[in-house]
Design a protein around this ligand. Sequence first.
Ligand SMILES: Nc1ncnc2c1ncn2[C@@H]1O[C@H](COP(=O)(O)OP(=O)(O)OP(=O)(O)O)[C@@H](O)[C@H]1O
Ligand SMILES: O=C(O)C1=C[C@@H](O)[C@@H](O)[C@H](O)C1
Ligand SMILES: [Mg+2]
Length: 205
Amino acid sequence: MGWAGYGVTGAASIYLIGMTGAGKTTVARSLAAALRYRPVDVDELIEAVAGEPIPAIFAADGEEGFRALETEVLGSVAAFVKCVVATGGGVVVRRENWGALHAGVVVWLDVPVAELAGRVGGDPGRPLVAAAADKPGGVQGVLTDMLTARGDAYAQADVRVRAGGGQTPEEVALAVAEALLTFIADNPPRFGGKDAAAPTAAKGG
Ligand SMILES: Nc1ncnc2c1ncn2[C@@H]1O[C@H](COP(=O)(O)OP(=O)(O)OP(=O)(O)O)[C@@H](O)[C@H]1O
Ligand SMILES: O=C(O)C1=C[C@@H](O)[C@@H](O)[C@H](O)C1
Ligand SMILES: [Mg+2]
């Protein structure tokens, strides 16, 4: 792609947030390759740290146990720069996670529920979706409730990218890169653009 190799965010990492199935993992790989950033997947790191897959963590420690691990892993990721970080769908619910997310620029991949349901319905690897089999509204009902509960949190992202409608992951990655360029042009002080405030020398005492 023509934009490969651009350091679009300076040193800052890019954090992809959004509903389960929105394509965070898939798009992070594509975007990282195109930008020559490092791809990082928080769910994969959690599984590596725990030594077991996510459904087993939920089964052993419940959602609370999983969330605690997620916060820990996310916090350690925040130390790194120039990464494209795919987060888990529920990372936005804990207020303390936002300190780590704001180490970089936060992008919401916003995909309609019907499309999400088609992608992740029946997937045993996503315990909250798998549990939908026993609920009256099924997968669409569970995802709709989830979006209602989390929508305000996703909306706190720096950048929102509508990522449904049959776009390929590569097309979504390009849309993210373009949206980032606009966001950074509009927010130069935060990302070291030409109008950024010069660092002030620390005053000795
Ligand atoms: N743009 C796309 N078009 C069609 N299918 C897609 C697209 N992006 C991802 N997918 C598919 O949807 C499924 C979910 O994608 P992915 O695992 O990247 O979602 P996620 O946001 O990381 O979900 P989670 O929060 O559960 O980790 C995968 O099977 C993936 O191949
Ligand atoms: O939406 C969610 O709460 C989740 C999404 C996945 O990425 C995993 O983090 C896990 O399955 C929970
Ligand atoms: Mg994922």
